[in-house]
Design a protein around this ligand. Structure first.
Ligand SMILES: *[C@@H]1O[C@H](CO)[C@@H](O)[C@H](O)[C@H]1NC(C)=O
Ligand SMILES: *[C@@H]1O[C@H](CO)[C@@H](O)[C@H](O)[C@H]1NC(C)=O
Ligand SMILES: *[C@@H]1O[C@H](CO)[C@@H](O)[C@H](O)[C@H]1NC(C)=O
Ligand SMILES: *[C@@H]1O[C@H](CO)[C@@H](O)[C@H](O)[C@H]1NC(C)=O
Length: 387
């Protein structure tokens, strides 16, 4: 039996029907609750025993945060699914999220670092959500495209991806995009549909998920293969808040820039910066290994402790290196933009890069808003999106 469920979300005060599930996703939504339970266990008096139990706790069909990156079994994405396989090659392990998080859950001196409770919490939560859950989202979106000819399976993968993305409004991936949008002046325009929240990334993700679902339902599999597909656009969009987080922490960890940001105190930003970096480093490495090395050299120094020489090359070098990979990552300079200046309304703390203006094949797909949807839409779908 087809279960037709809709999820009512409350994001930024907006209450509305979002995405129409075509399959049962209750287990996937429960992963969102598990994220919140781990977060609660790491609260003011951290209980790592409890956090570990919740991290390992299985919800329906044997799913858990601990094994969120399982692949290749029936009902799961193939192990060769991108971008999972790129991350596996980078870290030399299919279990890379747990290899990082597991030791931090059990030990304050994991990975030969000295971590206080705040640092452990940031590393556990960010890595679990961004290396674990967000990758499970990305891999399912790609698996949906890869299995398009099997409509039921394809729709289920897509449903599961949205359920994992949006399952926790307080601590899941959808929340990260909401947090970053005002910090980077990347909120959606007034006239856009805000049912997925205020963040431009979330607005476009929901649009693209719905579009992809319609393409699968109408059997239009040719629109889902090749380059510049809805799946690649979704994967790219989900990287935007991660990159924004990485740039923010890099800025705040640079001793030369710290005065500008006021409240930032240094070491926790270094810790958070590395958690963000890890979640996008394999994709950046696949674009340009030298940029990945620049990131490791500048943002990968938790071991040096609070007094260490963090961001040795300075923020500007990090920024330029990261920006040089945007087109390879399928994102635009104005997707990421730059951090808002706390003292000057509407101004940013640095000048973001400028997108090329020449019209190329990729440009059409990467153009913002509904323009991106036009080339591949059938007439009924257009009507649906304009409704
Ligand atoms: C920590 O969590 C475990 C597992 O839930 C529980 O048995 C234990 O009593 C908790 N410890 C404290 C100090 O609350
Ligand atoms: C963790 O702690 C919370 C709050 O004390 C409790 O409700 C929950 O059952 C605990 N989880 C486990 C697995 O013991
Ligand atoms: C922060 O420090 C930099 C480098 O010393 C300086 O150029 C800049 O004016 C300072 N900014 C503020 C807001 O104090
Ligand atoms: C990789 O990035 C470096 C700068 O970090 C640049 O000099 C080099 O040209 C880039 N390589 C490619 C293939 O884009």
């Amino acid at each position: 039996m087809k279960l037709f469920a809709t999820l009512c979300l409350l994001v930024g005060g907006v209450d509305s029907q979002l995405y129409s599930y075509q399959s049962s996703v209750s287990a996937l939504l429960d992963i969102g609750l598990q994220i919140e339970k781990v977060n609660a266990a790491l609260g003011s008096s951290a209980n790592y025993t409890n956090a570990t139990l919740e991290y390992e706790s299985t919800v329906g069909s044997g799913l858990s945060l601990r094994y969120i990156l399982n692949c290749g079994q029936p009902q799961l994405p193939a192990c060769t699914t991108e971008p999972f396989s790129t991350h596996v090659s980078h870290w030399f392990s299919q279990d890379y999220m747990h290899s990082f998080v597991g030791p931090i859950l059990s030990d304050a001196t994991a990975h030969s670092w000295t971590l206080d409770d705040d640092a452990r919490k940031e590393l556990i939560m960010k890595s679990m959500v961004l290396e674990g859950v967000l990758m499970a989202v990305q891999a399912r979106v790609q698996a949906s495209a890869d299995t398009c000819s099997n409509t039921q399976t394809s729709l289920r993968f897509l449903d599961e991806a949205w359920a994992l993305y949006s399952g926790s409004l307080s601590d899941g991936p959808i929340r990260l995009a909401e947090k970053r949008a005002p910090q980077f002046l990347t909120e959606a325009a007034i006239h856009e549909d805000h049912s997925a929240g205020q963040s431009r990334v979330n607005v476009r993700l929901l649009e693209t998920f719905k579009m992809m679902q319609s393409l699968v339902q109408s059997g239009d599999c040719s629109s889902l293969s090749g380059t510049n597909t809805p799946a690649s656009r979704i994967i790219s969009l989900t990287r935007v808040p991660v990159i924004q987080g990485m740039l923010r922490e890099a800025f705040e960890s640079d001793p030369g820039r710290r005065n500008v940001t006021g409240g930032a105190d240094g070491f926790i930003e270094v810790v958070e910066g590395w958690a963000f970096t890890r979640a996008v480093l394999p994709a950046i490495d696949a674009c340009n290994a030298s940029v990945a090395q620049t990131l490791e050299r500048n943002l990968g120094n938790i071991g040096l402790g609070p007094a260490g020489a963090h961001v040795p090359d300075g923020f500007d070098v990090v920024l330029e290196a990261v920006e040089s990979t945007y087109s390879c990552l399928g994102i635009r300079c104005d997707d990421v933009n730059a951090m808002a200046d706390p003292w000057r309304t509407g101004q940013t703390l640095w000048e973001p890069c400028t997108d090329p203006t020449t019209t190329t094949t990729t440009q059409v797909m990467e153009t913002s808003g509904s323009a991106l949807l036009l080339p591949m839409l059938s007439v009924p779908l257009l009507a649906l999106l304009q409704a």
